[in-house]
Design a binder for this molecule. Structure first.
Ligand SMILES: Cc1ncc(COP(=O)(O)O)c(C=O)c1O
Length: 356
């Protein structure tokens, strides 16, 4: 039986992506070859890379606005290094918002490159909210934030206005909601949540901000070199890029980001509605900052955990336990998770209420 997969990532992808990917492994484009055995320089794969890059830009509404999309390896974690390497001047400074474990990991790396100012942090409250009311120093080389905090279940609803370049880690909510993406100068996202399998990272860059920090950048870490090589500076992660393309095509056919946002809002409303209604549960994150992607919640009485865990497992749900730093439960409702799966979880929560 197919599970209701609430995994935080790698995670559920559309069924048609699994099917088409499987077919491409056996016989890619009717070529008699597997996608796993063709050259990344072959005509067929170059077309995949080109379409994936163009579709990412199109779905973000960034066509004709001076942006380039790259599909790199190394995960979002490598972008924690690439962003400062490409933007921070020698002796320069960067401003970071510390809203969670991943934001904090990005800060740690930036500190290797120069003065890294943390404009605000919610660490003291175990990152249960998004810090607000901070000032961004206008002399910083860039501002970095994390749009969705996967572990804590918080999501930035507003982004600060600033004249310096804005870099955003959108790993866990890319393509999930409509934003004015042109407000960002670099957007990066590990594929393994809303875009594809693990193994590639989407980086969307406003080209004009590059080449200004005067550093000598090792080739593999240099965005300019990757752009010049059309995201093929070295052998790209061929299969993850192909599966990401299939996911982006699925999203486009569905009506794009605006269409999926409506579905995501409906899923979040259904689950948070039950968390707030059901006296057995409580949400872990500040209500105004609740993430539509990762809903974190707890049982008021942990004595019910054993019963609840047995019930959701029996209902075919997987991946629900919370991250160890929050405890309780985390329901990751990425783009490919259907509303019906959320209904199954809500029904189990109601059944638990009736039972205890
Ligand atoms: C918001 C966020 N940033 C960064 C990462 C790290 O991504 P990767 O494992 O691709 O380096 C994660 C992983 O879950 C994440 O959720």
């Amino acid at each position: 039986m197919k599970k209701h997969n609430y995994s935080a990532g790698p995670c559920i992808l559309p069924q048609e992506v699994f099917e088409k990917s499987a077919q491409a492994i056996l016989n890619f484009n009717n070529s008699g070859l597997s996608i796993l055995e063709i050259s990344h320089r072959s005509k067929d794969f170059v077309a995949v890379m080109e379409e994936a890059r163009a579709l990412a830009i199109e779905l973000l509404g960034l066509e004709g606005k001076g942006y380039q999309a790259l599909f790199l390896a190394g995960g979002a974690s490598l972008e924690f290094i690439m962003a400062p390497y490409n933007l921070m001047k020698e002796g320069g400074k960067a401003a970071y918002l510390d809203s969670g474990t991943w934001a904090s990991a990005a800060i740690k790396e930036a500190k290797l490159f120069g003065d890294t100012v943390v404009v605000a942090s919610s660490k003291e409250e175990n990152y249960n909210h998004i810090p607000k009311g901070y000032e961004i120093p206008s002399d910083a080389d860039y501002f970095h934030c994390t749009s969705n905090n996967t572990i804590f279940g918080t999501q930035m609803k507003e982004f600060p206005t600033t004249d310096i370049p804005v870099v955003c880690d959108m790993s866990s909510d890319i393509f999930s909601r409509v934003l004015d993406f042109s407000k960002f100068d670099i957007i990066y996202a590990g594929a393994q949540k809303n875009m594809g399998p693990a193994g590639t990272t989407l980086v969307v860059i406003k080209e004009e901000i590059l080449g200004k920090n005067g550093r000598i950048i090792p080739s593999m870490l240099d965005y300019t070199k990757h752009i010049k090589a059309e995201s093929m500076y070295n052998t790209p992660p061929v299969f993850p890029v192909y599966a990401s393309l299939l996911t982006l095509q699925w999203l486009k056919n569905l009506g794009g980001v605006a269409a999926i946002e409506k579905i995501n809002n409906a899923k979040a409303a259904l689950l948070y509605g039950e968390i707030d209604r059901n006296p057995l549960f409580k949400g872990a994150a500040a209500v105004e900052d609740r993430s539509n992607m990762n809903a974190t919640f707890l049982l008021n009485d942990s004595a019910h955990a054993e019963t609840f865990d047995a019930m959701w497992k029996a209902a075919g749900i997987s991946g629900l336990p919370g991250h160890r730093s929050v405890g309780g439960y985390r329901a990751s409702m990425y783009n490919a998770l259907p509303l019906e799966s959320v209904q199954v979880l809500v029904d189990v929560m109601k059944e638990l209420e009736a039972k205890v």
